[in-house]
Design a protein around this ligand. Sequence first.
Ligand code: FAD
Length: 234
Amino acid sequence: MKDSEYTWTIADKREETPNVYTFSLMMDIPRPNFIAGQYLTIKLPGYNPVEGKAYSISSAPHEKHVTLSVKKIGNFSAEILAKEIGDTIITTAPYGFFYPEEDDADTLVFLAGGIGITPCISSIDQLSHDKDNRLLHLFYSNQTVADIVFHERLLELANQNKNFAYHSYITRQADVPTPHDKGRINVPDILEKLPTPRSATFFICGGMYFTRDLWKTLRSASIPAENIYTEGFF
Ligand SMILES: Cc1cc2nc3c(=O)[nH]c(=O)nc-3n(C[C@H](O)[C@H](O)[C@H](O)COP(=O)(O)OP(=O)(O)OC[C@H]3O[C@@H](n4cnc5c(N)ncnc54)[C@H](O)[C@@H]3O)c2cc1C
């Protein structure tokens, strides 16, 4: 094993949606610590890029297992999804800076697109577990209701933590049932829901276009750049 390289064993594999699976990972030695919002870089021998690809940790640090939730996109993700319970996964150490700091604002706003929910749910879960008393909002966009990853877990977190509000947006389904909203995440609507939007801290995570467009729209609405964190999945 190279320095800061970890070999995990898959303890569980769970279907979240038809093309997203969550892997629970364990190891014989004590697992590395991580901050909610960080990612692991998975290395697949024989696959490019040799340095691996990033996957955000979808569990929270207070939980026993580390989980990664992987969406089937191209060859690399398909190879991960072909793994089964008992197989191993090699990763680098947890890394990344997409997480709230203790001195961030009283309102934390997460904007997630599709599989971009992974680092957001880790932070929301950990903040709720820590009984952090800041207001948490999640605005979560998916094409259809069937694409939503972690809907039940998010409802449960909203039920447990009265400071957490979960708003779901569905962009490509004719009939959208309650409690979901039809259409894209709408920045003016979001800002109206916040007590002090210009001092809130925003966390945007999703595909490159989703992340870039929301960042630009927030900036056009005079949200200071230093109040916006982004994690673009590419
Ligand atoms: C910091 C970070 C954290 C990440 N966390 C996760 C995670 O928790 N779960 C996860 O499944 N992936 C995550 N990703 C994305 C992951 O690293 C890979 O890029 C992804 O699995 C696609 O790799 P691939 O080789 O299978 O597909 P590729 O062959 O790279 O992709 C095929 C095509 O799909 C496009 N594409 C890539 N990703 C997406 C996407 N999300 N939505 C739409 N189109 C896309 C590519 O631009 C390309 O044109 C993360 C990326 C980063 C940078």
